[in-house]
Design a protein around this ligand. Structure first.
Ligand SMILES: N[C@@H](CCC(=O)N[C@@H](CS)C(=O)NCC(=O)O)C(=O)O
Length: 216
């Protein structure tokens, strides 16, 4: 099975990063198609693959799959040996809870701190609503590391879908210089040091497309 992952620009497309990291973690050789967001007829190009009109999209053997979390779940089903969720039932339930919490929330962080991997932006004071979401992310990272992270440096020890789900937030915190300390800071460094994260960032830096609306 050879997959094609359709993604947005690596500099900006936070949702695209998640399944891309999972495919890399599984060691799969896959094709990658970048549709630059908000350029030319980008929407038409996305709609040609998915009527949901969003990236990422995974093209598998004969069918197309959309939504970052659904793609990660599909890959978990296809490759159980990849242990993309923790094996312990309680840890797995918590990993799914925080992944869904990330997937369905944190709108202030998303709006106020769009992913922008090639920049460091100083002097942004988060709104109270954004700060409370930042605090919640730090709480999640700190609690998971303390309770489930004994056997490795990720949220549940070894790399899981939960890490992929939070990877864009790591990049947002780095770009906007969000002050983070302790376990959460160590976790951010772990994520930033992953070879796949470095590869994505290097590719993002090379991109020339600019989305003015998210450049402060
Ligand atoms: N729930 C979706 C959301 C995907 C999403 O919002 N993707 C953005 C790019 S990061 C997109 O395709 N935007 C294009 C548009 O809305 O026109 C997922 O997790 O895959």
């Amino acid at each position: 099975m050879r997959y094609t992952l359709i993604i947005g620009n690596k500099n900006y497309s936070s949702w695209s990063l998640r399944p891309w990291l999972v495919l890399k973690h599984l060691g799969l050789d896959f094709d990658e198609v970048v549709i630059p967001l908000l350029q030319d007829n980008f929407k038409e190009k996305i709609l040609a693959h998915s009527h949901a009109g969003k990236v990422p999209i995974l093209k598998a053997d004969g069918f197309d799959l959309w939504d970052s979390l659904a793609i990660c779940e599909f890959l978990n089903d296809q490759y159980p040996e990849g242990k993309l969720w923790p094996t312990d039932p309680k840890a797995k339930a918590v990993a799914r809870s925080i992944s869904c919490e990330m997937h369905s929330g944190f709108f202030n962080i998303r709006n106020d701190m769009p992913m922008n991997m090639r920049r460091v932006i100083n002097g942004v004071t988060p709104t109270a609503a954004c700060q409370s979401e930042i605090d919640r992310v730090v709480e999640i990272w700190t609690n998971c590391r303390a309770e489930f992270g004994q056997e490795g440096p990720y949220l549940f020890g070894s790399f899981t879908i939960a890490d992929a789900m939070f990877a864009p937030v790591v990049n947002r915190f780095a770009t906007y210089q969000v002050p983070v300390s302790g376990q959460a800071a160590t976790y951010m460094k772990t994520m930033q040091d992953m070879p796949s994260m470095k590869e994505w960032k290097a590719d993002a830096i090379e991109e020339e497309w600019v989305i003015e609306a998210v450049e402060l």
